[in-house]
Write a protein that binds this ligand. Structure first.
Ligand SMILES: [Zn+2]
Length: 432
């Protein structure tokens, strides 16, 4: 090797190993840093961020080494990983009479409305959400626009359109007049029998879904008269799960009634959403199979509240909202006691986006310790998403999703309602 080629070689190696010359680093000085795994608050730590990742966590306050580096002082704050909500609907927005939106709104109307809701979610400290269904693929386009940096919002993992049986929870034609039923009755997300179930999964995959959402029982906000009965056979759910697994997707299953929960767990879904009427047998099955439970307590409470406002919901919805809604919190408490794995989710869109952190208070009132509720929205949620290598903790190598707040959420869980700093993938979106 000539001296010149050795020099060129050494330079190339240096470029590979050392941070690229001019790579800007951000040093976040954290007064208290919550290690969500151990549950310990570490005092005076520095998070070092380069581009979109955390590259180091250092004890004490590290001083910037280059003039282009940035220091962010969070010395009086509690710092924790960006929060994850495993059950939102980015295209839904609460309001009186919202059942007729499907006849009055165009896809672009949903998209523009979702921009404000996505921003509110991110500013509330939720840097990642799992979107469990909306029409017209607008959720998929919104995810893409956020990923491209064209609009601001949380990182979205979306189910595209949720899959259900004819007359089931996600059949938009439920309760309509006969001619409208014909018009709306057979979209790609309505599937009956194992063959159609396989086809519906493949269709959502083709459109760009990250996760598959199904309903194995009725629901509250559709126009059918019962929310608790099973709506899919175990064979149909198994066809969904196996097809999704082949495509590398997990299945989230909306289920209120005990029988629909058990069928879905036995068929191998990754998570049960709501789980309102879960019985002992269902809890045992979930614990044994490691199925996640995503309670969405706030959704149950808010639909029960709204049902008391005359005319807010269609007549068919009111009795279901009043009877099913308030039961979710107790189900969450029982599942926690039975050692069922719990991930954080809220059904945002059923209530106002941005208030997601209210769920933490409902979880602790149900009997979960504060640190367990926080784990549900960080490490547990990352695990359910299959994103443990990127999300859920503040460690070197993870994406720089970082939230800071005044106060100590382990002492007062409501502190999570008021983040003063939000960073997603190394970009600061809130700094009060
Ligand atoms: Zn939902």
């Amino acid at each position: 090797m000539t001296r010149k080629s050795i020099h060129a070689w050494a330079t190339a190696v240096l470029l590979l190993v050392a941070p690229a010359a001019g790579a800007q680093r951000t040093y976040l000085h954290c007064g208290r840093l919550l290690d969500v795994r151990s549950g310990k608050l570490l005092s005076q730590q520095t998070l070092v961020v380069e581009k979109d990742r955390i590259v180091a966590v250092q004890a004490g306050y590290t001083v910037a080494s280059s003039p282009q580096d940035k220091v962010i002082s969070l010395e009086n704050r509690t710092v924790l990983p960006g929060l994850i909500d495993c059950h939102v609907h980015v295209l839904s927005h609460p309001g009186k009479g919202s059942a007729i939106n499907q006849f009055t709104m165009n896809p672009a109307d949903y998209a523009y409305r979702a921009l404000g809701d996505a921003l509110a979610t991110l500013r509330a400290g939720f840097t990642t959400v799992r979107d469990l269904g909306g029409e017209d693929g607008v959720n998929i386009s919104l995810r893409n626009a956020i990923n491209r940096g064209q609009v601001v919002g949380p990182r979205i993992f979306t189910a595209g359109a949720a899959i259900s049986a004819t007359g089931g929870h996600m059949d938009e034609a439920d309760g309509l007049s006969r001619d409208l039923m014909e018009k709306y009755g057979q979209p790609a997300n309505i599937a009956n029998g194992p063959d159609q179930c396989r086809q519906a999964v493949r269709e959502q995959f083709k459109r760009g879904a990250d996760v598959i959402k199904i309903a194995s029982t009725g629901g509250v906000l559709d126009l059918s008269k019962d929310g608790s009965g099973p709506q899919y056979s175990e064979e149909e759910i198994r066809a969904v799960v196996e097809t999704a697994r082949d495509l590398g997707l997990k299945v989230a299953c909306h289920a209120h009634g005990a029988e629909g929960i058990k069928r879905a767990v036995r068929a191998g879904v990754a998570s049960i959403e709501h789980g309102t009427l879960m019985d002992d047998q269902g809890r045992d099955l979930m614990r044994a199979r490691g199925t996640w439970y995503v309670p969405t307590i706030i959704a149950g409470k808010s639909v029960a509240d709204s049902a008391r406002i005359p005319g807010y919901f269609a007549a068919a919805v009111v009795p279901k909202a009043l009877s099913i809604g308030p039961l979710i919190q107790a189900s969450c408490g029982k599942a926690y006691k039975a050692n069922v794995k719990i991930a954080f989710g809220t059904d945002a869109g059923v209530y106002r986006h941005g208030l997601n952190a209210l769920e933490f208070g409902y979880m602790t009132s149900a009997g979960m310790p504060a640190i367990e509720a926080i784990r549900a929205a960080t490490v547990n949620a990352a695990d359910l998403l299959g994103e443990t290598s990127n999300l859920g903790t503040l460690e070197a190598g993870k994406l720089a999703d970082i939230v800071a707040l005044d106060g100590d959420p382990l002492q007062d869980i409501s502190a999570l309602m008021h983040p003063t700093f939000v960073m997603k993938a190394g970009v600061t979106y809130r700094q009060d």
